[in-house]
Design a protein around this ligand. Structure first.
Ligand SMILES: [Fe+2]
Length: 211
């Protein structure tokens, strides 16, 4: 009969008791070391889940924070968030490629409509004014593609989905993985609807892993 797999805390206690893990510098008790470790663990954020790149990525998009032109069809949408590491800290030099289909589900494959390559500000924040993407038959859930690169970090390719999308039949909690399109529930974002405009807003924070 095999021994039960120890949990993370038990593994840590074993490491300390067997002197496999020691504190650097001044002498620290095992209890204190365990508390320090647990605090560090509690501060760590889960990296954003990866998704497929898809066939419509284009290099060379301009840094443009307003992708929506006056009169464009589709519900106005503001997407904002922060790019950070798993400690919630600023990631220097990050670049965010962001692209999506228009209201009719079509990508601009010749130009850069609804495409941008952003540099987050000094707080790691980014913001884009655009329209709610349309549906298209190959991937019939509304989505925005992201490719985020930053020195010293793994490049992340992911997508953001919308909890209000009719594709999820009013119940994204239950249907988030319908047809296997959204790879993770966390990528299906709550949508705020504002009467002024009207317009919608979503927040999508990006957590990068160190390379
Ligand atoms: Fe797509």
């Amino acid at each position: 009969m095999s021994e039960a797999k120890p949990n993370r805390r038990r593994m840590l206690e074993l490491c300390i008791s067997r002197s496999l893990l020691i504190a650097g510098g001044a002498s620290v008790s095992q209890t204190r070391l365990l508390a320090l470790w647990q605090r560090a663990e509690a501060q760590s954020l889960q990296p954003t889940n990866a998704e497929v790149l898809g066939p419509f990525f284009r290099k060379g998009a301009p840094d443009n924070k307003v992708l929506r032109a006056p009169g464009d069809p589709g519900l106005p949408l503001k997407v904002s968030g922060r790019v950070m590491n798993t400690r919630g800290q600023l990631v220097d030099g990050a670049k965010v490629d962001f692209w999506h289909a228009d209201h009719n589900g079509l990508y601009d494959t010749r130009g850069y409509k609804y495409r941008t390559k952003l540099s987050p500000n000094e707080k790691g924040e980014y913001s884009v004014e655009t329209v709610m993407p349309g549906h298209y038959s190959d991937r019939p859930a509304q989505h925005i593609h992201y490719l985020i690169a930053a020195p010293g970090h793994k490049t992340l390719i992911t997508q953001a989905y919308f909890a209000t999308d009719p594709f999820f039949e009013g119940n994204p909690e239950k249907n988030w993985n319908k047809r296997g399109i959204a790879g993770n529930k966390e990528l299906v974002l709550p949508v705020k609807l504002f009467e002024t405009g009207p317009h919608t807003e979503v927040t999508f924070d990006i957590i990068l892993e160190k390379a």
